[in-house]
Ligand binder design. Structure first.
Ligand code: NAD
Length: 263
C-alpha cells in the first residue's frame, strides 16, 4: 500500500524516546520530512541522528517544552522556516505521575493540565491554520486507553486526557470541512521508559518486584503481553497517511484488547 506520505512535513512533539520516537521513525520510513522536539537536547539529537542514519530523512530537532506556549510557537515557526509548512502534527508529551486522589496536590492537577491538555491546545492553535490554508492536514493526539477505561492509580491521566478527547472530537467537526483530519490514538501498556517508571513506582508502593507489575499488566490484555512502540506507531503512521482520508474524529485504542467496552 502506498501511504502517500513522501515529502509531507510531520511535526512530532516529545519525540526523543518512547512512543514519540517510534512514530517519528515510522513517518521517516515513509518519506516524510520531520521536526522533532523534547526538553533535553542531548537525547533528542541522538534520536534525530539515529533516524537520519536509518532512513535518510531530513530532520530538524529542537529542545522545546510543549507546556510553554512560546516554545510551541517557536517550534512551529522553525519548522515552517525549514520546510515551508506543517502537514501532520502529532501532539505528544510525557505522562502525569501515578497518584491516588488523596495524594494529589493542586499543583499536580495544574501540571497535568498543562502537560497533556494545554500542550495539545498550543500545538493545535499553531498548526491547524497552516493545514486549513492548504486544505490538507492530519492532527493526531497521543492520549491513553484511560480515555476509554480509567486505570487505577492514574487519576490525573484519567481526568485530564478526557478533556483532550473532547477537544479532538470538537476540532474534527470544525476542521473537517477544510479536509483536515483530527484523531486520537490511545495506547495501552507499551514497553517504553514511561512504563518502566510507572512499574517501579507501583512496585515500591506494593513492596513487590517491578517485573511482577509488568506481568500483571501483560495478563490484563487478551494478547497476554505489553505492546511494542512500533505497533503503536503503525496506527499513527496510517492515520497520518493519504489512505486514512475518510477517518476523522475517532479515538482508537492500541492496547492488545484491554479496554472492555464495545467502543
Ligand atoms: P516516555 O516518558 O518514554 O517519553 C516521553 C517523551 O516526551 C520523551 O521524549 C520526553 O523527553 C518528552 N517530553 C516529556 N515532557 C515533555 C515536555 N514538557 N515538552 C517536550 N517534551 C517532553 O513516554 P511514552 O511511554 O513514550 O508515552 C508518551 C505518552 O503516551 C505519554 O503521555 C504517556 O503517558 C502516554 N501513554 C503511554 C503508555 C505506555 O504504556 N507507554 C500508555 C498510555 C499512555
Amino acid at each position: 500500500m502506498d501511504l502517500g506520505l513522501k515529502n509531507r512535513v510531520a511535526l512530532v512533539a516529545a519525540s526523543s524516546q518512547g512512543l514519540g520516537k517510534a512514530v517519528a521513525a515510522g513517518l521517516a520510513r515513509e518519506g516524510t520530512r520531520l521536526a522533532l522536539c523534547a526538553r533535553g537536547d542531548a537525547a533528542l539529537q541522538e534520536t534525530a541522528d539515529e533516524i537520519r542514519a536509518e532512513t535518510g530523512a531530513e530532520v530538524i530537532a529542537r529542545a522545546f517544552d510543549v507546556t510553554v506556549y512560546a516554545d510551541v510557537r517557536a517550534f512551529v515557526a522553525e519548522t515552517v522556516a525549514a520546510f515551508g509548512t506543517v502537514d501532520i502534527c502529532v501532539a505528544n508529551a510525557g505522562g502525569p505521575p501515578s497518584r491516588s486522589f488523596a495524594e494529589t496536590t493542586i499543583e499536580d492537577w495544574q501540571r497535568a493540565t498543562d502537560l497533556n491538555l494545554m500542550s495539545t491546545v498550543y500545538l493545535a492553535k499553531e498548526t491547524l491554520p497552516l493545514m486549513q490554508a492548504r486544505r490538507w492536514g492530519r492532527f493526531i493526539a497521543i492520549t491513553s486507553m484511560t480515555v476509554k477505561q480509567p486505570v487505577e492509580g492514574l487519576i490525573l491521566s484519567n481526568s485530564v486526557r478526557s478533556g483532550v478527547s473532547g477537544l479532538i472530537k470538537t476540532l474534527s467537526n470544525e476542521y473537517g470541512p477544510h479536509n483536515v483530519l483530527v484523531n486520537n490514538v490511545c495506547p495501552g501498556y507499551t514497553a517504553t521508559a514511561r512504563l518502566l517508571s510507572l512499574a517501579a513506582a507501583l512496585a515500591k508502593k506494593e513492596g513487590v518486584d517491578p517485573s511482577e507489575i509488568e506481568n500483571r499488566w501483560a495478563l490484563q490484555a487478551p494478547l497476554r503481553r505489553v505492546g511494542r512502540p512500533e505497533e503503536f506507531a503503525n496506527l499513527v503512521v496510517f492515520l497520518a497517511s493519504e489512505c486514512a482520508s475518510y477517518i476523522t474524529g475517532v479515538s482508537i485504542a492500541v492496547d492488545g484488547g484491554i479496554v472492555k467496552g464495545l467502543y
